[in-house]
Design a protein. Sequence first.
Length: 214
Amino acid sequence: MDRARVSSRAISNGMKIKLKTNFARLLVIMTVLTTGMVLADTAETRNSREYFFTLTFGDLPEELATAGDAGKLGMLLFFEAEDCPYCQHMLKKVFSQTNVQDWYEERFVSIAIDIHGDVEMQDFAGVTLPSKVFSDQQGVFLTPVISFVDLDGEEMYRHLGMIATPQEFLILGAYIDGGHYKNTQYDDYAKARGVMKSDGTLITPAAEDDEKTD
């Protein structure tokens, strides 16, 4: 009986040591993986206000001229509001991605417009007015709205609602860059490139609202 008890204790202690060792290894692996994910995420994101939007005094004609001199397609206007959760999502999850920032910086001057703001700016005719008045003149009353403007100050395309992911935002950019907005509906263009409604993550609120009203 004594030998059996000793043997049983030895086996039990051995199992405990093995479990502790395996648990310690698991903790190390999880720590390494988590650290790697954090570092990767940090390396791929930057502040949206600093790196996506152009530092500007709100002179739209001057910014368009600068865009033309740089060989860009035109201007992106992001109409936003402070209390807009969809705007905040895009700022934190979409505009913050370095690949998005780099791609758009090559092609557009990007400017944020507060639809309730009192900050003065110059519209495409050179008239000085608050951003909220400019937004009214542009027919923007809800947010977010993304307006692509050519070098002549003419709107190429207007997207209503949030773009939920960096991937779809790059698809939207390619839609403008390739001139597809001239003869193809955006929903058709996006769907052909994998933006499926069954996914549930790449659909804009505007698209969902359109379906409900049909």
